[in-house]
Ligand binder design. Structure first.
Ligand SMILES: *Cc1c(COP(=O)(O)O)cnc(C)c1O
Ligand code: SF4
Length: 332
C-alpha cells in the first residue's frame, strides 16, 4: 500500500465474480468482460483478507496476480494438459490417489478458500461438487484400512481445512486409529488465505496421538499477515508440524529477493520451507511459467545468503504421472 493511502475497510465476504471484484475496486470496468468469460470455465474466490493485501494501484501486484482472473486463462498452450500430474490412473476409487507405495492422498472435498489462477487442479476444484458423500468417504476410509502398505495419509483437495472441525476431526481420528498409519499430512492454503477459519475448535481437532504435518501453501512474503501468523501459532500449539510449499511463479516470486523474503517470512511464522514446485502445465497458466534453468539460478543465488533452514527442495512433476523429481541445484 503506498504511503498516504488510507487502508480500505475489510470486506464482509469473499469476492466471487467480475462484478464483485469491480465493486471492491480491484478490477477496472474495461476488464470485466474478459474476467466474466474466464469465470464460465474457472472458479473465482478472493477472501476479504487477500483482497485487503492487494494494492489496486500496482498493475504488477504479486498478490493480485495469483488470484485475479486474466483473459489469457482461456488460451491453452500446446504443452498444457487438463490433468498435468496425471492423477486419474492412480485413482483406485473417488477421492483417493495412490501413486507412491507408502503414502496416499485423500481428497474429501474440492472447494478452496481462494482459487489460484495457476492451480494444477484448476479443472477439478470449485465451490460446488467434489464433496465426498458419506458413502464415498466410508469407502475411501475403508480403502485406507485395507491398504497396509500406506503409512502416511495425505489430506488434500481442494482444501481440507474448509471442512468443519467436527468432520475433519472425525476423518483424522479414523485414519490415525489405523495401526499401519504412522503419520498424517494436510495440504492447505487456509492459514494464509482465510486464517479466520483456523478457530480454536479447528486447531483442537488437529491434536492427534500421531504426528500431523501441515503443508502451508504460500508464494509471497506478504501473505504472512499478522492474522496468518496467529493462525499458524494456534496450529503450532496444537502440536502440528508446519511445512511450507510454494510454486515458482513469474511476476510473483521470480527473483532472489522475493524468494528470500518468502522463505524468511515462513521461518518467522514457524513454517519450514519444504517444496518449491516448478509450475505444472495446467491449461491457461503460461503467463506464470519460469524456465527450470532460471529457477536453478535463483536458488543458487540464495546459497550462502539465507539459513539452510530456509531452503526448500525444488521439484518438478514428471509429465504423464512419473511423480515428483528434485531438480537441485546440485550441492557443492
Ligand atoms: C506430491 C504427492 C505426494 C507426496 O509426495 P511427497 O514427496 O512425500 O511430499 C503423494 N501423492 C501424490 C499423488 C503426490 O502428487
Ligand atoms: S488453494 Fe490449492 S487446490 Fe485450491 S486453487 Fe489454490 S492451488 Fe489450487
Amino acid at each position: 500500500m503506498p504511503d498516504g493511502t488510507p487502508p480500505r475497510p475489510p470486506l464482509a465476504r469473499t469476492l466471487r465474480s467480475a462484478e464483485d471484484l469491480h465493486a471492491a475496486g480491484l478490477l477496472p470496468e474495461a476488464a470485466m468482460a474478459g474476467v466474466t468469460a474466464v469465470s464460465t470455465r474457472y472458479s473465482i474466490a478472493v477472501t476479504p483478507g487477500v483482497a485487503a493485501l492487494i494494492d489496486p494501484a500496482d498493475p504488477a501486484d504479486p498478490i493480485a496476480r495469483q488470484y485475479l482472473p486474466h483473459p489469457d486463462e482461456l488460451v491453452t498452450a500446446p504443452h498444457e494438459q487438463a490433468d498435468p500430474t496425471a492423477d486419474a490412473p492412480f485413482t483406485p476409487l473417488p477421492g483417493v490417489v495412490h501413486r507412491y507405495p507408502d503414502r496416499a492422498l485423500l481428497k474429501p472435498l474440492l472447494a478452496c478458500p481462494v482459487y489460484c489462477r495457476f492451480c494444477f487442479r484448476r479443472e477439478a476444484v470449485g465451490p460446488d461438487g467434489g464433496l465426498l458423500t458419506e458413502a464415498q468417504l466410508e469407502a475411501a476410509l475403508d480403502w485406507f484400512a485395507r491398504t497396509p502398505a500406506v503409512r502416511e495419509a495425505i489430506l488434500t483437495g481442494g482444501d481440507p481445512l474448509m471442512l468443519s472441525a467436527r468432520r475433519l476431526g472425525t476423518i483424522l481420528q479414523r485414519l490415525a486409529a489405523l495401526p499401519h498409519i504412522e503419520l498424517l499430512r494436510i495440504h492447505s492454503r487456509v492459514p494464509v488465505a482465510a486464517p479466520g477459519l483456523v478457530t480454536p475448535a479447528l486447531a483442537a481437532a488437529l491434536e492427534l496421538e500421531k504426528p500431523l504435518y501441515l503443508c502451508v501453501h504460500a508464494n509471497h512474503a506478504r501473505e504472512f499477515t499478522p492474522s496468518a501468523r496467529a493462525a499458524l501459532g494456534r496450529l503450532h500449539r496444537a502440536g502440528v508440524v508446519l511445512l511450507g510449499q510454494s510454486v515458482l511463479l513469474r511476476g510473483v516470486n521470480d527473483s532472489a529477493e522475493a524468494l528470500e523474503a518468502l522463505f524468511r517470512a515462513m521461518l518467522r511464522a514457524r513454517v519450514k520451507p519444504y517444496y518449491l514446485h516448478q509450475l505444472d502445465p495446467a491449461p491457461g497458466t503460461a503467463r506464470f511459467h519460469v524456465p527450470v534453468e532460471e529457477g536453478l539460478a535463483l536458488l543458487r543465488a540464495l546459497r550462502g545468503r539465507v539459513s539452510g533452514l530456509a531452503w526448500p527442495t525444488y521439484v518438478q512433476e514428471t509429465p504423464g504421472g512419473g511423480g515428483k523429481v528434485p531438480l537441485g541445484p546440485a550441492l557443492g
